[in-house]
Design a protein around this ligand. Structure first.
Ligand code: 5GP
Length: 208
């Protein structure tokens, strides 16, 4: 039984917990998480090649020229991009590939991969969101302000996503189960199973 890969885009406000949710999904279900390239500085504890491929702006721009990204965007002063090969290989192998990217990138993915599943993860309220950003302690106050302003812009695009999932405090399990169910259902869509459907039709030809 053929199974085309499923491309899943997870976006959400900074501080919504996308990273935690995505990593947990990878661990539990064996999904593949794309590692992006970025020109921003590594945060404490972040590792090159695991959290991001940290690049100079010059290297990043060169990768754009080589068509090395399936999408890239500028987010709060820095470039972020999804390396092409990992995604294309994963989908060819029939894997679920997760991209944890912001809104502009998500829209570019939807144009190129109309079957991609677009999820928007949010905290239950803006108050919780801001507390999480402040509590994380990884960003300076002016950066937190910029990220909140960006969240206000991003909120305008939520309607372009297919699903909105709330990541409530202490309910990671629930959030993961919801996302897993969405992914499972999406991979059963008739429109993404054309090869399988054709193989069934082929098998039934002698009965026509
Ligand atoms: P952070 O600096 O907090 O790690 O990420 C900032 C934002 O960039 C987040 O919304 C994150 O989802 C997004 N992002 C990370 N990687 C990519 C990418 O490859 N492409 C795009 N368009 N956005 C990304």
């Amino acid at each position: 039984m053929d199974k085309k890969g499923t491309l899943v885009v997870i976006s959400g406000f900074s501080g919504a917990g996308k990273g935690t949710v995505s990593r947990a999904l990878v661990e539990r279900y064996g999904y593949r998480l794309s590692v992006s390239a970025t020109t921003r500085e590594p945060r404490n504890g972040e590792e090159d090649g695991r959290d991001y491929f940290f690049k100079t702006e010059e290297d990043f721009l060169r990768l754009i020229d080589y068509n090395g990204f399936i999408e890239y965007a500028k987010y709060v002063d820095h470039y972020y991009g999804t390396p092409r090969k990992f995604v294309e290989d994963g989908l060819k192998e029939g894997q679920v590939v997760i991209l944890e990217i912001e809104v502009q990138g998500a829209m570019k993915i939807k144009q190129q991969y109309p079957d991609a599943v677009l999820l928007f993860i949010t905290a239950p309220s803006i108050e919780v969101l801001k507390n999480r950003l402040v509590g994380r302690g990884t960003e300076k106050p002016e950066i937190i302000e910029k990220r909140m302003r960006r969240a206000a812009e991003e909120a305008e695009s939520i309607g372009l996503y297919q699903y909105i999932v709330c990541n409530e405090e202490g309910k990671l399990e629930e959030c993961m189960n919801t996302i897993h169910s969405i992914i499972e259902s999406e991979s059963c869509r008739v429109s993404v199973r054309s090869e399988f459907i054709n193989s069934l039709k082929d098998g039934l030809k002698e009965y026509q």
